[in-house]
Design a protein around this ligand. Structure first.
Ligand SMILES: NC(=O)c1ccc[n+]([C@@H]2O[C@H](COP(=O)([O-])OP(=O)(O)OC[C@H]3O[C@@H](n4cnc5c(N)ncnc54)[C@H](O)[C@@H]3O)[C@@H](O)[C@H]2O)c1
Length: 333
């Protein structure tokens, strides 16, 4: 069966590509190879897949490719994904994520597919101090990134109702694992720590997140492809909830680096305090996350240490961005 994956050269997308190849699917990847996309993530499987460097905003090329390839399943992960970048570049984020999704839906309207899986995020619900969000909780996004994802979800929902696009929306919590671009908390902490540089922590570091190892996300997606119900939304999470500061300390302990590297900086504007998802619905399909944060972190840190060169290649870009970001947040606070 032919599966088209958008954002397949991204962190999660590349794990999805490799996971579905093992299941015997024929894979077509579309990715524009933006700064967070990297063909190296697909290096070992490039001769087993079809890869197209293509921007979802280029509607004519996208439509032509989809009409020619006629995939049976489409999994949509392509997106700008960094909250801080969305605060610095809101227009680009909102245009990319909403129009990209719209173009994809328009392009698949004229072919017959069995499933369109749209990968959204827990951030669409906003923060929650106690308890957990259900799939039908109100959407209350805080950042331009989160609002672009929430808007895309609504566009997908409307295409399901109006054009009968057989959609399923997934809302995963924070993913982590090898090959994640080092702008996100875990790889950024590793990058800074191995260089003995200060690790910036927003506010007091008490913000709480739930962590899902990326292979667990792929398992959840496989279940959805087999048994997910069309028209439904599924939260995907784990029970691994920690304060950001606790996660950073775990990494420093593992790397035998001093806690003095931690530097508290001005908080991100609109920073959500806590995300939490009720994921009973996907559990009822048989989903059980396999990885505790400690196990997943060990694999992740060891991978980065073995692939330190890949991490270093991103170093200047990330460092420059973090510095300009902190200057801006200082002004805003
Ligand atoms: N990483 C997480 O913790 C997390 C959590 C919840 C949801 N998500 C969602 O999962 C998906 C994948 O996230 P990720 O962490 O792998 O992101 P990523 O930034 O690593 O990868 C995104 C990929 O999309 C590509 N892309 C972006 N815009 C594109 C466009 N217009 N056309 C073609 N390609 C484009 C980029 O080149 C990149 O390869 C996203 O939709 C994200 O919102 C991520």
């Amino acid at each position: 069966m032919k599966v088209l994956i958008t954002g397949g050269a991204g962190f999660m997308g590349s794990f999805v590509v490799k996971g579905l190849l093992k299941e015997g699917f024929e894979i077509i990847v579309i990715d524009k190879l933006d700064y967070s996309g990297d063909i190296k993530r697909l290096e070992h499987v490039l001769n087993e897949i079809e890869f197209y460097r293509l921007d979802l905003l280029d509607y004519e090329k996208l439509r032509k490719l989809i009409l020619e390839k006629k995939p049976s399943i489409v999994i949509h992960l392509a997106s700008y994904t960094h909250v801080d970048r969305s605060i610095m570049f809101p227009r680009e984020t909102i245009e990319n994520n909403i129009i990209g999704t719209l173009n994809l839906l328009e392009a698949i309207k004229d072919i017959s597919i069995s499933k369109f899986v749209h990968v959204s995020t827990d951030e669409v619900y906003g923060e929650i101090f106690e308890g957990s969000f259900m799939e039908n909780s109100v959407l209350s996004p805080s950042s331009p990134y989160a609002s672009s994802k929430a808007s895309s979800d609504l566009v997908v929902k409307s295409y399901y109702r109006t054009y009968k696009i057989p959609s399923i929306i997934l809302r995963p919590t924070n993913n982590y694992g090898p090959f994640q671009y080092p702008e996100k908390l875990i790889p950024l902490t590793i990058l800074k720590a191995v260089n003995n540089q200060k690790i910036p922590i927003y506010g007091n570091g008490k913000q709480r997140r739930t962590w899902l190892y990326v292979e667990d996300f792929v398992d959840a997606l496989k279940l959805i492809l087999k048994n997910g119900n069309i028209g439904e939304i599924y939260n995907i999470s784990s029970d691994e909830e920690y304060e950001n500061l606790e996660v950073v300390k775990k990494i420093l302990n593992y790397l035998k680096k001093p806690f003095e590297l931690i530097e508290f900086v001005s908080d991100r504007p609109g920073h959500d305090f806590r995300y939490s998802l009720n994921y009973e619905k996907i559990k009822s399909l048989g989903f059980i996350p396999k990885y505790k944060l400690d196990n997943g972190l060990k694999i992740t840190i060891e991978w980065y240490l073995e692939n330190i060169q890949w991490l270093r290649e991103k170093y200047d870009f990330v460092n420059n961005f973090v510095s300009s970001l902190l200057r801006n947040y200082n002004k805003l606070s």
